[in-house]
Ligand binder design. Structure first.
Ligand code: AHM
Ligand code: MG
Length: 290
């Protein structure tokens, strides 16, 4: 059996490491690492630094047997045994939205904790969390069906909101990709949404999703004509964020089904991501089905 006490250790360790990630940003502001990640994207020195810090700290936790990162080709066995049987698997996007470092805008860290080998299905996540490096550092955690937001200060977590739920009256939306690259059905849906909600798009999923969690509405990085699976990755971005949004009373979809029900086939597989207020996600699915 997986050691579920290790879930707390994972969450506390992410909180402990986050200030070090943040402290490392100024010196790495405009530095590329000179390599591409497994998704073919330019890696910044800050991505590499965050990946190394999280790998060292999370890989050392008793009860964690497998570690995977958006910045690493393959999952790493960090202890003997099989995830789900002998311990937990951790999948992390160490620095989501790192291209925002050049313009000094929000970034985040996204973590999924699974009791199954990676790539794991969203239904195998026993916890998920994101850290938002905004004016202050916060961490939002979904565990046992509820969502809690913490302020992180000096590596310590202080709960500032328990039982977080999406507000009833949605206010904001943010959609990624270029408009001419959107499939027609999404384009029509977006026209409706933009007449009802206010645009909030900052180019970092964690920041944009946190707006949706705070104000209600919908975030999407949809399928594109040039990229039918969109940009974001199921394992490192779509599934953990879906776990948090669904636990907060919202919904998620790849266009047809909950992101938690998408079959994992590849560690770095991409997936269209739509998350937020259930009514908006349902309307999206209906629009794409027409
Ligand atoms: P990253 O993990 O390489 O930073 O990429 C993911 C980010 C998301 O945070 C964000 O939603 C998206 O890429 C933004 O993409 P774009 O710059 O195309 O709007
Ligand atoms: Mg990312």
């Amino acid at each position: 059996m997986a050691d579920y006490e290790a879930v707390d250790d994972v969450i506390e360790t992410v909180a402990a490491v986050a200030p070090d990630v943040r402290a490392g940003l100024p010196g790495r502001r405009l530095t590329e690492a000179g390599v591409e990640n497994p998704s073919g994207e330019t890696v910044t020195a800050a991505d590499v630094h965050a990946d190394e810090l999280f790998f060292e700290a999370l890989g050392a936790i008793d009860g964690v047997v497998e570690f995977a990162s958006e910045e690493r080709e393959a999952a790493v066995d960090v202890a003997d045994g099989t995830a789900g049987e002998d311990g937990l698997a951790v999948a992390i996007d160490p620095l989501d939205g790192s291209s925002n470092l050049a313009s000094n805008n929000a970034m985040g860290t996204i973590v999924g904790v699974a009791d199954a080998p990676l790539p794991a299905a969203g239904t195998d996540l026993v916890a998920a969390a994101y850290v938002l490096y905004g004016p202050i550092t916060t961490m939002t955690v979904a565990r046992e069906g509820t969502v809690t937001t913490y302020v992180i200060d000096g590596g310590e977590m202080t709960a500032v909101e328990e039982d977080v739920e999406l507000p009833d009256e949605p206010v904001v939306y943010g959609f990624g990709g270029r408009v001419p690259d959107w499939p027609d059905a999404f384009h029509d849906y977006a026209r409706e949404v933009e007449s009802e909600l206010k645009l909030r798009y900052g180019g970092a999923m964690v920041g944009d999703v946190n707006q949706v969690l705070s104000y209600g509405g919908i975030f999407a990085y949809p399928a594109l004509d040039s990229a039918p699976n969109g940009k974001l990755r199921l394992q490192f971005e779509g599934a953990p964020i879906a776990k948090i949004i669904e636990a907060a009373g919202g919904a998620s979809s790849d266009g047809e089904r909950s992101l938690l029900s998408v079959e994992p086939t590849d560690l770095h597989q991409r997936v269209p991501v739509h998350v937020g207020t259930a009514e908006y996600v349902e309307r999206l699915e209906a629009a794409l089905a027409d």
